[in-house]
Design a protein. Sequence first.
Length: 381
Amino acid sequence: MRMISKLVIVFLMVSLFIVNIPQKVDASLGVSAASAVLIEQQSGRVLFEKDAHTKRRIASITKIMTAILAIESGKMNQKVKVSEKATRAEGSSVYLKPGEKIKLNDLVYGLMLRSGNDTAVAIAEYVGGSVDGFAFLMNQKAKEIGMYNTHFANPHGLDDHEDHYSTAYDMAILMRYAMKDKTFQKISGTKEYHAPNPTENWDREWKNKNRLLTKYKYCTGGKTGFTKRAKRTLVTTATKGDMSLIAVTLNGPDDWNDHISMYENGFKGFDMIEVVSKGKVDIGKNNDYENHLYVKEPILYPATSDETDLFSVKFKLSKPDKKWLSSKKNETIVGKAAVYLDGRVVEETPIYYENEPEKKKGFFHFFKEIFLAVIGVNANG
């Protein structure tokens, strides 16, 4: 069992390392932004980049981190009492009122759709105890998910701190992480939302500032940003067929068109290749493994037409162990399948060992047991 535990730990460490290696493909594409990146969401592969690792101010795309931390707090249905400090936040606002109580869920919608700085402060104070406490949580999460060139100093992205910055690539990592959450997906892609207004007889009506949701038919969500120092910043997502992409631009004067151009280039130039299929794996090296090995999920990887013949797969297995060969546990990790593209590892997935499953009893057998029980006869005679 120790060997298996070590194998699992090593696999997870290697997988996390691979996920954060940008597998870049050079592409000739002009964008107006000072920094830009396009990645495929499932694999994390970089399909296009321009100065993607330079630290820059990021403005309100900061709120992607604020939103996911609020969602992960597990308090979305709880009510938040809005402080006077929150209502005094500068810049864009949803005009919260001091002392009003509003659900955290509604605050996150106001944060993502209308970029409310008042909602950002209200969320920070509620989830983190204070703005500074929340900034600590933001930086903690940034390190956890691999944003190594990022530092957050506030929950909204205003230019009130010098040490508030990120990179195009780090923001793509953040969006990739956030888009794994279904609640975030829903909020990010919502075009219009109605929230209660406690002192009025009409609801607040918030329309999403992300114009790409209506301008580009494949867009599924995103977050806008702007300050005088950061200029225009934008993070968006788009899905076409089985491919989902994430685009980021920092200081992009023509960001809407930048994102459309990057998406069109990505969708046209790459296809999702199923390199490893879900289900049984036939390696044929050991009788103990025959008909017992499988992978839970297929490995899909974006590739150009010139790359489709450059894939190879290597299976790495631990030596058979009598303990788990005879175990009734059906999900024992015994190795991994490593996908190589042109000789370089780009993706891995665990290989599971499954014992012969116990045959399920059919309806007739079940009915027979009930019948025999009723007349007082044991099913086994």
